[in-house]
Design a protein around this ligand. Structure first.
Ligand SMILES: [Zn+2]
Length: 231
């Protein structure tokens, strides 16, 4: 067991070196830029949807506009062909309402054009921001890689020491268990009993569990799956 705990100590050193890479400023920056890129992509999709909505509305407005323009031609024609006193006022009011509708549609079209321009402007800004972020993320990636290269020989050295220790492991079964639990992302694997708490997850253990632990000397924590040792 002593050798396994020694190996665990070395594994802890490896983990802390790996964390050095994960927590270095460049890694933090990289995560941030990745977030910017993801948000930018979502924003682009939003702009795209808005743009196609505008195009659709523009086409509807344009069709209505041409139709009304056509109607007004008919009114003009009617005006010249058969003017009589009885229907002249109704023709004038027809004309007026057409002019009203036309300017309403024309306003809508102007509004759509204005919104499209806004989208074009926003897209260009976004595109610039994303290009910047992407460029910086390439530089940052290189920095992370450099950091990784820096710790790699240290990790290799520790791994060598572990390999050298392995032949002296007496309890193969316990060591296999150690490796399995560790590969499930649980670390450290073997933890002490701390008063009435698990030395790993700090959960309070039942009296029943502690009694069993005293008898067995080792028991897996039901909360975090680490193996609690009773010395
Ligand atoms: Zn636990």
């Amino acid at each position: 067991m002593k050798t396994i705990l020694e190996i665990q100590k070395l594994d802890r050193q490896i983990r802390s070196l790996e964390r050095e890479v994960d927590n270095c400023q460049a890694s933090v920056d990289f995560k941030n830029y990745k977030k910017i890129l993801q948000e930018g992509k979502a924003r682009f999709e939003q702009l795209e949807t808005q743009a196609s909505e505008i195009i659709k509305n523009y086409n509807i407005a344009q069709t209505k506009f041409s139709k009304n323009k056509g109607n007004s031609e008919i009114v003009k024609k009617r005006n010249t062909d058969n003017i009589d006193l009885e229907n002249i006022s109704s023709l004038i009011s027809d004309s007026n309402s057409l002019v009203g509708e036309l300017s309403e549609e024309s306003r809508k079209i102007e509004d759509l054009v204005r919104r499209s321009e806004e989208i074009v402007r926003k897209s260009a800004e976004l595109s610039k921001r994303l290009t910047d972020a992407k460029m910086r993320s390439t530089t940052i990636k290189a920095k992370i890689e450099a950091k990784r290269q820096e710790v790699a020989p240290k990790i290799a050295q520790i791994q060598e020491r572990i390999k050298a220790l392995e032949p002296s492991v007496k309890d193969i079964e316990k060591y296999e268990k150690y490796k399995t639990i560790k590969s499930n992302g649980i670390f450290p694997v073997y933890v002490p009993l701390e008063d009435v708490f698990c030395g790993g997850c700090k959960v309070e253990l039942s009296l029943n569990f502690i009694e069993k632990l005293k008898t067995n000397k080792m028991l897996q924590c039901e909360h975090c799956n680490r193996i609690i040792m009773f010395e």
